[in-house]
Design a protein around this ligand. Structure first.
Ligand SMILES: *Cc1c(COP(=O)(O)O)cnc(C)c1O
Length: 347
């Protein structure tokens, strides 16, 4: 009695999360540094205040603080423009469930975040996968009006390439598409620009964010999206009533409140990223110009699956990825300088 759509799907395979042993973990783009100390203090206080009551279903404290922080990029924003989730994957699920029904079409680029396919599969929906051009831009094919097209995803910066579409380019995509466009900005704090302003101009643009990467809180599970209030109102009907717990709401609010920490952390990560890119090039890898906290490396002659295995045996975990029709590659997260040096020495 399992739905055929579920029985026939493979399911998302998260990157390896070793639970024991000493591993240099550069495979799932976590932040190598601890979060703002205010986060731990906020969790302690929330726990002491007691957990016997249900949390605020809308995570109001976070929405209030986030609206103030995000007003730099989107002056019209109020808490009503924000929906919080149990990680941004939860937000992506809510969006897919809201817009895409059985037999409908979900569009996204390739190579990109593999979860988008899983979300379509769960709905029993079809996917329309559009290859990036050689320069990691998207052509007109991405905005083609296709029967039953209900939603489009674009990760910007993209994973695994770390490349970006300009804000003007994303605006053009949103204007040309016959359906809403979700801009997945999981890595945007490491990039030069973001698309928040487009949400004010176009009700079809939805921006998703996460605290997992730039705020160093992947273990906490907190993400959010920004959209016009009439869109948020619909999304609220789809989410779990209490999709964010009291501890994560307190922690996420403290995290977004500490913008000085964020700025410092991003500066450290960007400095190491630049050094990594140069070092990988020196070793003969082909590198894309990354605006995220990882570097995508391909190689003209080396067997990268074997290289991934060899690094793993040496206690260094990177992400090996192979997309049909594309050269295989390894995606290496920006670690601490020591972690990166260990990886380079092994290479
Ligand atoms: C990591 C990542 C996410 C998910 O983030 P969570 O908030 O941890 O669920 C979403 N999109 C992309 C492209 C990512 O790389």
């Amino acid at each position: 009695m399992i739905r055929p759509a579920i029985q026939s799907m493979t399911g998302y395979q998260p990157g390896e999360q070793p639970r024991r042993g000493k591993v240099i973990k550069l495979n799932t783009n976590e932040n190598p540094y601890p979060p703002s100390p205010r986060v731990v203090e906020a969790i302690r206080q929330a726990a002491e205040a007691g957990l016997q009551k249900y949390p605020d279903p809308m995570a109001g404290a976070f929405r209030l603080r986030a609206a103030e922080v995000l007003a730099d990029d989107l002056p019209q924003i109020t808490p009503e423009w924000i929906l919080c989730g149990n990680g941004s994957d939860d937000i992506l699920t809510i969006l897919t469930r809201t817009f895409v029904g059985e037999g409908d079409l979900l569009r996204y680029p390739k190579p990109s975040y593999v979860l988008y396919k899983t979300l379509a599969d769960i709905q029993g929906a079809q996917v329309d996968v559009v290859d990036f051009q050689a320069d990691w831009q998207l052509g007109e094919r991405f905005t083609a009006a296709t029967d039953r097209l209900r939603l489009a995803f674009v990760a910007n910066p993209n994973s695994p390439s770390g490349t970006v579409l300009s804000v003007a380019e994303v605006a053009k995509l949103a204007d040309s598409l016959p359906c809403p466009l979700v801009v997945d900005e999981a890595y945007v704090d490491f990039a030069e620009a973001n698309c928040l302003s487009l949400v004010g101009e176009n009700p079809s643009v939805i921006v998703t964010r996460t605290l997992s990467k730039s705020y160093a809180l992947a273990g906490l599970r907190f993400g959010y999206c920004v959209a016009q209030p009439q869109v948020i109102e619909q999304l609220v009907k789809v989410k779990d009533s209490y999709n964010c717990d009291a501890l994560s709401i307190a922690a996420a609010t403290a995290a977004i409140d500490d913008q000085a920490w964020l700025k410092q952390n991003c500066e450290k990560v960007l400095a190491t990223r630049a050094r990594m890119a140069d070092a990988f090039k020196d070793k003969g890898f082909v590198i894309t110009d990354s605006q995220a906290n990882f570097v995508w490396c391909t190689h003209e002659s080396r067997d990268l699956k074997q290289l991934y295995e060899d690094l793993k045996s040496a206690g260094i975990l990177v992400r090996y990825m192979s997309y049909d029709g594309w050269p295989e590659g390894i995606r290496v997260s920006v670690g601490t300088d020591d972690q990166v040096d260990a990886c380079l020495a092994m290479l």
